[in-house]
Design a protein around this ligand. Structure first.
Ligand code: 2RA
Length: 329
């Protein structure tokens, strides 16, 4: 399989390369792609050296698959060009997620929607992926009526500039700011820009993408997305109201049986998920599972995942693996 990684020198791109190697993805030819300023750079992957190429060169090389993490503008401009030469694009930006003609996929949940005709496939937002991984099996069993989610998001979701800002602030140095405010010893209630309704794009992604992936626009979702100075992954406090009542032990059992989900939930042994320990892992970790005693048919839980892995790179590569396994590329 000839595979292009578009954004190969970025934070998610580098994790995609790492995971392609970890999972022994069937690559016969790797095409690392980046912006003009990185063209010509050498990268090493799987014991071999590769020269970074530009987008037009990569299109002309006609890869079977192109894994994108290069921002929405690049994806809007170049994903169609790859698709025109027969490449299947799996894109990490938000550019195509809400396009009604494009599939938005978490393989464990809705990979079955994919067909040979899908040449541009959207990878959901990291905070959406980890939430729906835990909620999809519960929705199937108890039918979700409403979700209230507060996220506590890693600075790696913003990118290298944010990591550098935190390092500078740790060291008491000044430097380029990724955020309007200091992030060290702080919590910033803004992830991405604000929309007209007073919610940020990040919060509205949790609303819109959840409904699309679960294929149910009756699910009410409201979100608050917070940036905090951690690097291991995103954490989410989720309150779910179901149409039907449930048994907490059965909820826990369903989650324990769910592929890609690990339940870490025992307050007697202080066992619960934390980003420090989710870092570098592909599972979605769920704990603090408990009935919401303030209203009927309602549950609280805490969900943690590495936002660069299952939240981005791993999910993207799992989609590609599904396409290959089902002869869709
Ligand atoms: C963030 N989910 O964390 C967004 C984009 N990676 O900033």
């Amino acid at each position: 399989m000839k595979v292009a990684v578009v954004g190969a020198t970025g934070m998610v791109g580098e994790v995609m390369l790492q995971i392609l190697k970890e999972r022994n993805f069937p690559i016969t030819e790797l095409i690392p792609v980046a912006s003009e300023k990185s063209v010509g750079k050498e990268i090493e992957w799987n014991g071999k050296k590769y020269v970074v190429v530009g987008l037009q060169t990569a299109v002309e090389m006609r890869p079977e698959i192109a894994l994108f993490s290069a921002g929405g503008d690049t994806s809007l401009a170049w994903a169609p060009k790859f698709a025109e030469v027969g490449t299947t694009v799996i894109d990490n930006s938000s550019a195509w997620r809400m396009d009604t003609s494009k599939k938005l996929v978490v393989p464990e949940i809705n990979a079955a929607v994919l067909t040979k005709e899908d040449k541009i496939i959207a990878n959901p937002n990291c905070s959406t992926i980890q939430m729906v991984m835990a909620l999809a099996p519960l929705h199937a069993k108890y039918k979700i009526k409403r979700i209230v989610v507060s996220t506590y998001q890693s600075i790696t979701g913003t990118g290298v500039k944010a990591v550098k800002q935190l390092e500078n602030e740790y060291a008491g140095e000044t430097g380029e700011m990724a955020y309007k405010y200091q992030i060290h010893r702080n919590a910033i209630p803004q992830c991405d820009v604000f929309e007209d309704n007073g919610y940020t794009k990040e919060e509205m992604k949790l609303v819109r993408e959840t409904q699309k992936i679960l294929n149910d626009n009756t699910i009410a979702v409201t979100a608050t997305a917070i940036r905090i100075p951690v690097v291991g992954g995103h954490s989410e406090a989720v309150n779910i109201q179901f149409e039907n009542d449930f048994d907490v032990a059965e909820i826990r059992n369903i989650l324990e049986q769910t592929s890609g989900v690990t339940v870490q939930d025992n307050i007697d042994t202080f066992t619960f998920p934390m980003p420090l320990y989710a870092h570098g892992k592909d599972d979605v970790f769920v704990g603090r599972i408990r009935r919401d005693e303030s209203q009927p048919n309602s549950l609280n839980m805490w969900i943690v995942a590495d936002n660069l892995r299952k939240g981005a790179a791993t999910n993207t590569i799992q989609i590609a693996e599904y396409l290959i396994a089902n002869s869709l590329v």
